[in-house]
Design a protein around this ligand. Structure first.
Ligand SMILES: C[S@@+](CC[C@H](N)C(=O)[O-])C[C@H]1O[C@@H](n2cnc3c(N)ncnc32)[C@H](O)[C@@H]1O
Length: 425
């Protein structure tokens, strides 16, 4: 099978999607596949990636369509291949016959006994395409391509905007750059991008939106550390920390280090970066190296103060907590189908423990910035309300103006939540 064929991309993508259906993380599994195929050109990497990510974004719909035709569940690899083909048929109806042929060729590699079944199901899907689209409108998981519990939570938390948030979660994510203001400016970078034929426009602060995603190798100055790829919403963290030269700063949940780097590009601070996972901590170090920045990187659980804290308080703390990642779901569509509703209270408990531990290390007069990339209230405004009940001395600007704290995902940025927690002097 030719490596540049759709059948090859289907076959490889089906391995990844079936791994997700069996509970694995998509990004980790994709990166492992890239290590197994170091010779793949960008086009093959891109084709496999695009198939998997698009299919998992639309999984609720694909699964709804297939349920109509599958009377008993096929092996997970075949189910994955069918989902990939159904998504592709929806996206490129003009290529229907090639898509069906290539899907049949792909299943023949490892499971030739299923060639007839794949062919039959996909031809049925084609034949009934218009009635299937109408039927999907009646099933929320198929219509919104999100799990039912997720839809119910958003309806409750965002009664006026839940549909817009679900729609944003199904889009291709925007590509944004963070300009390293130590090396260049937004204006100069826009000029250089224009000269390289890359359409871009400024967003707020140091952020630039690339109109059509490109490989970083095409971005002028990337290797030299002039810019990094970072969502514009994530760039709000450094802006909201009110940084000044000379401050002692803690980045408590640092990997892979995007916000760590932005803090260091913004001011000359003494920075400690903590990360629980040793492998992810290495990514902080390598990201800082590319940018010519330095911090003290420590591997530790930030909740266990005796393991890492020397007792000297911090002027600023960034608590970019582990969360559901429901605000960045279009970048990690597997999480929609891997998470369970019960996981959210588990995250909320962990976040509260992190806040309580770190609060002890904050200097009087200092600020801790709570950050999550969730769109669920339990991890956001409700978390802050509970924190204020446990720590009535904490001053929280605008606690009742949720709009100031919440960034809902849209065409320009992902979904984030930020709350400043001041300790009285
Ligand atoms: C949302 S991510 C941080 C993203 C990062 N701030 C950035 O902008 O690149 C959360 C990180 O916290 C780490 N983590 C989770 N629990 C932790 C804990 N108790 N102590 C320290 N790090 C933790 C996770 O391994 C993960 O890398």
């Amino acid at each position: 099978m030719a490596e540049d064929s759709l059948a090859y991309a289907f076959h490889k993508a089906a391995i990844l999607v079936s791994a997700v259906l069996s509970g694995e993380n998509l990004t980790d599994r994709y990166e492992r596949m890239l290590r197994e195929h170091p010779d793949w050109p960008d086009s093959t990497r891109g084709a496999v990636r695009d198939l998997c990510w698009s299919t998992l974004r639309a999984y609720g719909r694909g699964d709804g369509v297939l349920r109509t035709f599958l009377h008993k569940p096929p092996p997970v690899e075949v189910h994955a291949l069918l989902l990939l083909a159904v998504q592709r048929l929806e996206a490129r109806p003009e290529q229907a016959h090639t898509i069906v042929d290539q899907a049949v060729e792909a299943v023949a590699v490892d499971m030739p006994g299923f060639k007839g079944m794949v062919n039959g199901v996909l031809r049925n899907v084609l034949r009934e395409a218009s009635s299937l689209a109408a039927r999907c409108q009646d099933e929320p998981e198929a219509r919104y391509a999100h799990p039912a519990w997720w839809i119910a939570r958003l309806k409750r938390d965002l009664p006026d905007r839940w549909e817009a948030v679900l729609a944003a979660g199904n889009l291709h994510p925007p590509m944004s750059l963070r300009v390293n203001r130590r090396k260049t400016t937004v204006e100069a970078m826009l000029d250089r991008l224009g000269q390289a034929g890359i359409d871009a426009r400024p967003l707020t602060g140091d952020a630039i939106r690339i109109e059509r995603a490109v490989a970083v190798s095409r971005i002028p100055g990337f290797e030299e550390g002039w810019v990094s790829v970072q969502d514009a919403g994530a760039q709000q963290a450094a802006q909201r920390l009110n940084l000044q030269d000379g401050l002692r700063v803690l980045d408590a949940c640092a990997a892979p280090g995007g916000k760590t780097a932005h803090i260091l590009e913004t001011a000359d601070v003494e920075l400690t970066a903590l990360e629980l996972d040793p492998q992810r901590a290495q990514r902080v170090t390598s990201n800082l190296q590319r940018l010519g920045l330095s911090a003290q990187v420590k591997v530790a659980d930030c909740r266990q103060l005796s393991a890492w804290w020397d007792g000297k308080p911090f002027d600023r703390i960034l608590a970019d907590v582990p969360c559901s990642a429901s605000g960045v779901v279009r970048r990690h569509p597997d999480i929609k189908w891997l998470r369970r509703n019960e996981d959210i209270s588990g995250f909320a408990r962990q976040q509260a423990e992190i806040l309580d531990a770190l609060w002890q290390t904050l200097a009087p007069g200092g600020t801790m910035l709570y950050a999550s990339c969730s769109v669920f209230d339990e991890e956001n405004i409700e978390q802050i309300k509970r924190f204020r009940r446990r720590h009535p001395e904490a001053i929280v600007p605008n606690p009742d103006a949720e709009e100031l704290l919440r960034l809902l995902p849209d065409a320009d940025h992902d979904g984030f939540f930020y709350a400043q927690l001041h300790k009285p002097g």
